[in-house]
Design a protein around this ligand. Structure first.
Ligand code: GLN
Ligand code: ZN
Length: 747
């Protein structure tokens, strides 16, 4: 049995398949079109393909259990027996219990879904309380290990580590259960050793965020205990997405055999490692290749970093900074990218080559011939006009007139009733609309034909809103496939891939655009749609844009200049769009920023700088309009408690609509707490469920809102866009919402 770790590895690999085979198989299983055995066959095929790919690339330390039918945190929950009673008692077969936890069933809502650190991947939040009985269920890890062995490939099973698992869980003080959980991990380790496993990887990314001294002590206790397990594989603790801080010496002080450090997102890990003193026999797994972005590695710089690690530790392996889960599978599938751009890119498959062929060898032999550095970026990617505009910006460009004056001017122009009603932007994306867009892509429908269908839809949506009696209308966004890609497709400096899919959650995959050059807007992006919608009605129609922070959060962003500068370039394009909308007679413009919270840095010390530029970019995008143009934003997908003062700092903003119905309007207390004095529309209808809310539920939510916010500043709207809903529920629910507003107004 090999006891050395190996010299090259990755912390994980995409599991969806190059053509999203997993998505298709899993969705067919859910739809009852294939049985469990067929699904399992597809899964085994995908796993084998990944292992063979990694072996053929000559990676010498290969992970297993990085496959998942839905989510790796859920897999770890199952491995430690953390299946909440509410699912266990359904008495379903294991695979269906698993999917019930992931997606919910009629009687039981799913586990909560939330963002995995600062990525756009979502994990399922384990539910842990005093009654959770942890058990050791190593069967899946063992069978995957055995599956790879039959291919002649020795692997290292991966699980989420016990401390991170509990820090991500919810319930009454899950972390208090660490000792019990560690006991279950100890039994898993022994079972793995008995199955012949030489190394196991336990992921502890939660320790790159701020942690209390007690949490760090608990981590130390956990790995000391696991280290003392008599019969066990060697333990590799992987950390990623940032700097470990005090947890670094704590982990080195335990009997673990290998520690993984992210040297891309956490360059400071290096000095911390140097300060830690002699490393003994501990292997340092150096995360030198960025697993969270798609740029080719600057190998010369990476070698310098790698050499520093080699000087500090006797045993060093080269790795990706995090799992490759967060990047698309294979660049060679792309046929339409500008060659100058694709020469600069590396997707998962290419990153494996970077790890193995170049750094693995260069670090070992010190003589590897590195490829030539890339020539400078093509001049056409640079826009001197955009750069000059950015350089000339002054604070006045991020400042609007005072809010009271704006509010008065807007009310004079819009003449809205108290508790105005509106929606968040999209209306149902019907099969008919999707078909039209697909036919357009396939070339069976021409541009004009496609546009005619979309215009018919806009008209239908406007008529429906008028009939229902909404106060501020939307055009419904039928022309948009995705709220970021739609803008990426129209802006210079952005590229779209054909197959660059990345798992977002479960079977849902996204294809983030790539921001590679200076951003400019060759032509108005939304004006024709908004002005067409406005031409159909006397009521105000909201223009609908995606904000700069969200556009970057859901793209792969260039790293050759500060993100703040790229955000400002996007903001300038949006600023021009706002002004063009205003000129076209649009009186209300909504600039969505649902990802404002998502890309908040994990460490408090870094958060202020982020919020400063994020808020600055939003203000730049939105402050170029006249006082009587009303600026809205929409926030969702997260709890905004932590960034609440930033919302207030979005000075150009007049009205915020915010997801609130599940959290029972807590956000209103948060906003009251900071003395927020502008308009707010807490969602009063949870659009994530197909249920039509009862009249009383909506009234109830609204009354709670009125108690917290004066009626003249309160808006009435759903939680989020309606694109995933069907027309019957939308009509019924909007009727309730409008009736509730009328009833509460009448009091
Ligand atoms: N305007 C977008 C829509 O309604 C907002 C999407 C979102 O809430 N994230 O679809
Ligand atoms: Zn939303």
């Amino acid at each position: 049995m090999s006891t050395t770790f190996g010299q090259s590895t990755v912390l994980g690999y995409p599991r969806i398949g190059g053509n999203r085979e997993l998505k298709k198989a899993v969705e067919s299983y859910w739809a009852g079109k294939i049985d469990a055995a067929t699904l399992e066959n597809t899964a085994a095929g995908l796993r084998a393909e990944v292992w063979r790919t990694l072996r053929n690339a000559r990676l010498d330390a290969i992970p297993s259990s990085t496959f998942s039918y839905y989510d790796h945190v859920l897999d770890t929950a199952v491995a430690v027996g953390a299946i909440p009673q509410r699912f266990a008692r359904l008495g379903l077969p294991p695979l269906d219990t698993y999917f019930a936890m992931a997606r919910g069933v009629d009687a039981e809502p799913a586990l909560e879904l939330t963002k995995w650190f600062d990525t756009n991947y979502h994990y399922l939040v384990p539910e842990i309380d005093a009654d959770t009985t942890f058990t050791a269920n190593p069967a899946n890890a063992i069978s995957e290990y055995a599956e790879a062995q039959t291919l002649g490939i020795t692997t290292r099973p991966v699980l989420v580590g016990p401390a991170t698992f509990l820090l991500l869980a919810k319930g009454a003080d899950p972390f208090a259960r660490l000792e019990d959980l560690v006991a279950a991990y100890a039994r898993i380790l022994t079972a793995l050793a008995e199955a012949g496993v030489a190394w196991v990887q336990l992921d502890e990314p939660a320790y790159v965020a701020d942690r209390t001294p007690d949490e760090i002590k608990a981590l130390h206790r956990a790995y000391t205990a696991l280290g003392e397990v008599e019969h066990r594989p060697r333990i590799f603790v992987a950390t990623y997405f940032g700097e470990l801080g005090d947890a670094l010496p704590a982990l080195l002080d335990t009997p673990i055999e290998a520690l993984g450090l992210d040297l891309v997102a956490g360059p400071g890990n290096l000095s911390r490692l140097a300060a830690a003193g002699p490393l003994g026999g501990t292997t340092i797994v150096a995360g030198l290749i960025d697993g969270h972005n798609i740029w080719r590695t600057d190998l010369r710089a990476a070698i310098v970093t790698g050499a520093t690690v080699t000087a500090l530790a006797d045993h060093v392996a080269v790795s990706t900074s995090c799992s490759l889960l967060h990047v698309p599978v294979d660049l060679s599938a792309e046929t339409k990218l500008d060659p100058a751009l694709s020469a600069r890119l590396a997707f998962a498959r290419q990153k494996v080559d970077e790890v193995v062929l170049l750094l693995g060898r260069a670090l070992r032999d010190g003589t590897a011939s590195l490829p030539e550095p890339l020539p400078p970026a093509p001049a056409a990617w640079r826009r001197d006009d955009v750069r000059a505009r950015l350089a000339a910006l002054t604070p006045a460009d991020r400042q609007r007139g005072s809010y009271p004056a704006r509010a008065e001017a807007q009310q004079a122009r819009l003449n809205l009733p108290e508790l105005p009603t509106t929606t968040i932007g999209s209306f149902p994306q019907t099969a008919e609309l999707r078909r039209a867009r697909a036919q357009r892509r396939a070339g069976t429908l021409d541009e004009a034909g496609c546009e005619a269908r979309m215009r018919a839809e806009v008209e239908h949506v406007i008529r429906l809103q008028e009939r229902l009696g909404l106060d501020v209308l939307v055009h419904g966004e039928p022309e948009r496939n995705d709220m970021v890609q739609y803008f990426g497709d129209q802006l210079n400096g952005f590229a779209t891939t054909e197959f660059g899919w990345v798992q977002s959650y479960g079977s849902r995959c996204v294809r983030p655009p790539i921001v590679y050059g200076d951003v400019a807007r060759p032509a108005p992006m939304t004006v024709p749609w908004s002005s067409y919608a406005q031409s159909l009605t006397g009521k105000p129609v909201k223009g609908m844009l995606t904000g700069p922070v969200t556009i970057l959060a859901w793209s792969f962003v260039r790293t050759d200049q500060p993100r703040a500068d790229t955000a400002d370039q996007v903001a300038l394009a949006l600023r021009d769009e706002c002004q063009d909308l205003q000129t076209a007679g649009i009186r209300v413009i909504q600039v969505d920023e649902p990802a404002l919270r998502e890309t908040l840095p994990l460490r408090k010390a870094d958060q202020k700088a982020y919020l400063d530029w994020a808020v600055g970019a939003f203000r730049l995008a939105t402050s170029g309009v006249a006082d009587d143009t009303q600026i809205h934003t929409h926030l969702c997908y997260s709890e905004f408690g932590e960034v609440i003062t930033a919302i207030d700092a979005l000075d150009a903003l007049d009205v915020t609509s915010i997801e609130a119905s599940r959290s029972k309007m807590e956000v209103l207390d948060d906003l009251a707490g900071i003395g927020y004095r502008r308009g707010v529309g807490p969602g009063v209808w949870d659009i994530h469920s197909p249920r039509v809310p009862s009249h009383d539920e909506v009234i109830d939510a609204l009354r709670r809102a009125v108690a917290a916010v004066p009626a003249r500043r309160l808006w009435v709207n759903p939680d989020c866009g309606l694109k995933t809903r069907g027309y019957p529920e939308v009509e019924a629910s909007l009727k309730r919402l409008i009736a509730a507003a009328a009833a509460v107004r009448g009091n």
